[in-house]
Design a protein around this ligand. Structure first.
Ligand SMILES: Nc1nc2c(ncn2[C@@H]2O[C@H](COP(=O)(O)OP(=O)(O)OP(=O)(O)O)[C@@H](O)[C@H]2O)c(=O)[nH]1
Ligand SMILES: [Mg+2]
Length: 453
């Protein structure tokens, strides 16, 4: 294994930056790069910070640093790891990194430290992915879910199912090895089937957490859609608490979709403001309307914003009626009166939420409703939900194979075939944890990481 090095803190100015080195040559890098103020070698005591100077090959001091020596296997990668805490900013970190490269390390690829932690068996693939997702977590719920994954909660459940299926297989195969003896006994078979049912039900419950896991990972998208001038951009600004989008009294102000994040109830919600829906001969506006419709189609929820102070026009009624899917209807401009609310309720088939982007009236109810809908995407509050499509697909494969195996055993099918299904289920679970994963799949997963992670 070559020794790798990278700046592990984000680029830009900051108090400190950390250059991380991992591999069998980390000790040699420390020997070449670090000196005490008196010019002697720095003693590498495990997990003790030492004040030192990073020096060039001729001994010229480059930066005063703190060094941290973490010999393997008790390190992030299980290899020898050296961290050099230097001054933040562009020059210092870059120069200290160059010194490490001159001392024999090579630049680390994206996620290579975490990849090594995985290849050296310290964490499985679900945990490696969770490292990335903890770093990216926007909301408290996302952080909690990914910390649970990183802590190995899902991994332990999966390993438990692998063991359970393994026990069923041992029984089945014992029978297959002695086919001359009588059939698997009835009580025996009942027990095997009950075990398979239990594992299958647990897998189903886990699969049901995917909607929630996806929401906490990717966020819940709510599109602000509706007729021109209804106050969509004003509502966006009010919800974000900042003047993000342009607001004017001119209908057709917004063209590009403008977005921002809020976090009601700890769940990240992405709000997207869009162009007012109407037929327009203006090419730019027409393109904006086309984009607005696409955003609405892809959103988890459409916040249909109308002017509640006046009755909707015929064209607006058509637009209102054309909104399908999960719609949260809002009658804005409540401060100007409610003359249009009844007509809107009739067009919608239910009463809209009455709000005012200008006074803030009704806004807490709107945020609460968004939080409720975002949380409703699944069993909110699950400890370790499935957060990635890769998890869902692997678990679905395993679940389907368990189902086929128990159907076979129930209907007197060949136990050999049932056994092979159960082997398939165990392989799918192993794949979920990343064991035996092909290199190109791993590369795809780790290429999402930044360099230095
Ligand atoms: N009184 C009152 N005026 C509002 C309210 N919300 C928006 N307005 C006004 O309505 C006008 C249009 O507001 P925008 O937020 O630009 O409306 P929009 O729906 O984004 O309009 P387009 O981008 O053109 O589709 C502006 O003059 C706002 O100040 C409200 O709740 N009360
Ligand atoms: Mg607008």
């Amino acid at each position: 294994m070559p020794t790798i090095a990278a700046v592990s803190t984000p680029p830009g100015e900051g108090g400190i930056a950390i250059v991380r080195v991992s591999g069998p040559g980390a000790r040699a890098v420390a020997g070449a790069v670090l000196r005490t103020a008196a010019g002697s070698a720095v003693a590498l005591e495990p997990r003790v910070a030492a004040l030192a100077w990073a020096v060039a090959q001729g001994g010229q001091p480059v930066d005063e640093v703190l060094s941290l020596w973490m010999p393997g296997p008790a390190s992030y990668t299980r290899e020898d790891v050296l961290e050099i805490h230097c001054h933040g900013g562009h020059a210092a970190a870059r120069q200290v990194l160059s010194l490490c490269l001159e001392a024999g390390a090579r630049p680390a690829g994206p996620g290579e430290f975490t990849l090594r932690a995985f290849l050296n068996g310290r964490i499985d693939l679900v945990q490696a992915e969770a490292v990335l997702d903890v770093i990216r977590a926007r909301g408290d719920a996302a952080l909690a879910a990914h910390q649970a994954l990183l802590g190995g909660e899902l991994s332990r459940e999966v390993a438990g199912w692998q063991e359970d299926l393994g026990r069923v297989l041992v029984c089945l195969e014992a029978f297959l090895d002695f086919p001359d003896e009588e059939d698997v006994g009835e009580p025996e078979m009942d027990r095997l089937l009950a075990d398979l049912d239990r594992v299958g039900a647990a897998m189903d419950a886990k699969l049901a957490t995917y909607a929630w896991g996806r929401t906490v990972r990717d966020g819940f998208t709510a599109a602000l859609v509706g007729p021109p001038n209804a106050g969509k951009s004003s509502l966006l600004n009010r919800l974000l608490g900042q003047e993000r989008a342009i607001v004017t009294e001119v209908p057709g102000t917004t063209r590009d979709a403008v977005d921002g994040w809020i976090q009601p109830g700890g769940v990240p919600v992405r709000l997207v403001d869009t162009a007012g829906l109407r037929a327009s001969r203006d090419r730019v506006e027409a393109e904006g309307v086309r984009r607005a419709r696409r955003v609405a189609e892809e959103a988890d929820c459409v916040v249909l914003v109308c002017d509640g102070a006046r009755a909707p026009t015929a064209a607006e009624r058509v637009e209102i009626a054309s909104q399908t899917g999960p719609v949260l209807a809002v009658a804005n401009k409540a401060d100007l009166g409610r003359a249009g609310v009844a007509a809107l309720a009739e067009a919608l088939g239910r009463p809209p939420l009455e709000v005012s982007a200008v006074t803030g009236e009704g806004i807490p109810a709107l945020t609460a409703e968004l939080a409720r809908r975002a949380g409703e995407m699944g069993a909110g509050g699950v400890e370790a939900p499935l957060t990635r499509e890769r998890h869902r697909a692997a678990l679905e494969d395993a679940r389907a194979a368990v189902g086929r195996a128990s159907d076979l055993l129930r209907t007197g099918g060949f136990p050999e075939v049932a056994a092979s299904e159960l082997h398939g289920a165990r392989r799918a679970l192993a794949g979920l944890l990343g064991w035996g994963t092909a290199e190109d799949v791993l590369e795809g997963i780790f290429s999402e990481f930044c360099i230095g992670k």
